[in-house]
Design a protein around this ligand. Sequence first.
Ligand SMILES: O=C(O)CCC(=O)C(=O)O
Ligand SMILES: [Fe+2]
Length: 269
Amino acid sequence: MGTTTREAMIREANNGARRSGDEDRGVSDGGKAEGGWATRVAAVDWPAVTTALDAEGWALLPKLLDGAECDAVADLYDRDVGFRSRVVMARHGFGRGEYRYFAYPLPALVGELRTALYPHLAPIANRWHARMGLAERFPVDHAAFIDRCHRAGQTRPTPLLLRYGPDDYNCLHQDLYGAHVFPLQVAVLLSAPGRDFEGGELVLTEQRPRMQSRASVVPLGKGDAVAFAVNSRPVAGTRGDYRVTLRHGVSTVRAGQRHTLGVIFHDAA
Ligand SMILES: O=C(O)CCC(=O)C(=O)O
Ligand SMILES: [Fe+2]
């Protein structure tokens, strides 16, 4: 979508359209992981995830959420509180279907999951930045990075809940919301392919310099998460590293309903 981000395109549309209930809390999401989310996330095979991210630009985190947790998060979609905005994708040329950005404070599951994932991804992000010749480095602690975003005027939360019905899809895009970009993000599929919905596959494309683009379809089951590059990643070539550009989207849902939780680590301007 060029240099215009989705957030910039919808900012105008949402200004003045905030719901009075957006500041209210009261979203309880049953989000108490046994031993806490840090323990759950620490059980992920991070060496394998790191290897896959370096090789492909994306990696599966199988069964990050259990079925009940997926249902609890997906059910938040119809609540009137806890979100800062709602985007109907067709109105902006983003696709078909809709999504809602959570408001601060985030529901426990979403906030704790994001905080728990970040320290595992920050070293990868720092290595990628070094290899791509980018100056920004990321602190080990997510709160410190969010502080940096806030000081730069990126104060609005970006975690989001997406909902697709029959014929809905999400165009290839990048989730950039300002100058500060954490180069990895995570999405969790909250619905069961083949049971809750048909079609609706997460697609990643990689645009290589002076070469044709390559697509990957991420084989997600309900509760599986995928970590992937937000905008670019380094690839080792014969004459050193080069940079490729990534985009992600969702193919058309042919039947049923599909929910996703999107976890983006930078805040939005
Ligand atoms: O629905 C999906 O699988 C993609 C969601 C997405 O675009 C995101 O998490 O940023
Ligand atoms: Fe996205």
